[in-house]
Design a protein around this ligand. Sequence first.
Ligand code: TXA
Ligand code: MG
Length: 315
Amino acid sequence: MAFPTETVYGLGADATDRDAITRVFAAKGRPSNNPLIVHVSGIEEARTLVTEWPRAADDLAAAFWPGPLTLVLPKNSVIPGIATAGGPTIALRCPDHPVALSLIRSFGGPIVGPSANRSGRISPTTADHVRDSLGGGVHVLDGGPCTRGIESTVVGIEGATARMLRLGSLSAAEIAAHTDLQIAGPTEPASAGDSHATEAPLRSPGLLQRHYAPMTPTRLFDAWGRDAVVDRLAAGERLVVISHAIDRDHPAVIRLPSDAEGYARGLYAALHLADRADADAILIESPAGDDPIWSAIRDRLRRASAAEPDTDPEG
Ligand code: TXA
Ligand code: MG
């Protein structure tokens, strides 16, 4: 069953049921070495799934849960290894959405919840996106459009270090303000090929280069390239253009808000719409801007436009 959260829709199943988890991997076409996030009702439930709950986890969860923060900690044996791709850690999040919270509470236990899209594709921010991606067979709790629009920030707590494993709705600065841990980036730069190199669990597949990608070839341009793109549209090229700055009505231009929060909220819907237009290419104006959400947005845009790898994409 798919359910809404404040970030994107998740594909939910009982996190203690191996068969249900297997069906989630199958429905997404997700490689079994990519671990799932487990959604919990709060700190108390999270503590029951890990071997240690350090003070830093308490600080961060108290500051941001319910909310778009996923904490990675050493797991105990309550959740079967298949959910975490056999790895020693578990990713935990308490979502800030009334439907998600009441689902977890009324179910009475933790729920796995990867984004409810086919592996490697754009995350869903509406119930229709879920049905488009996974087919009509999946039951969707429709909570309307997600308010955040991009996925949670994934942070690994490793001793005195908080490692940013995936950029997301919360910035490193916001996290730093609520912990005395040292903030660090990922240890290994991931490439799309990594995932196939071994059967080992992926360190954090949110780091894979090509991810969150439309089927249509997707390229970025910046403010300097804007006039050239407008000229190409005028010349009748079969393009879809996504921009927060093109000041012109044209059926092939999808306008996004120019504030970071509004842009994040609308981005995946714009990508889904653009991908359905059957154009030769999607061109996206890469936004400049200092607000930390812009960094997460640019991260997603780079991944959406990364060249198709030789191997299958992951996600
Ligand atoms: O906002 C979100 O996080 C959404 C909503 C539905 O909660 N969920 C989501 O799940 O984006 P998913 O599975 O699409 O992305 C989870 C990310 C992946 O990049 C995964 O590899 C990483 O978290 N992850 C999961 N478990 C991990 C672990 N034990 N260690 C490191 N990374 C992990
Ligand atoms: Mg995903």
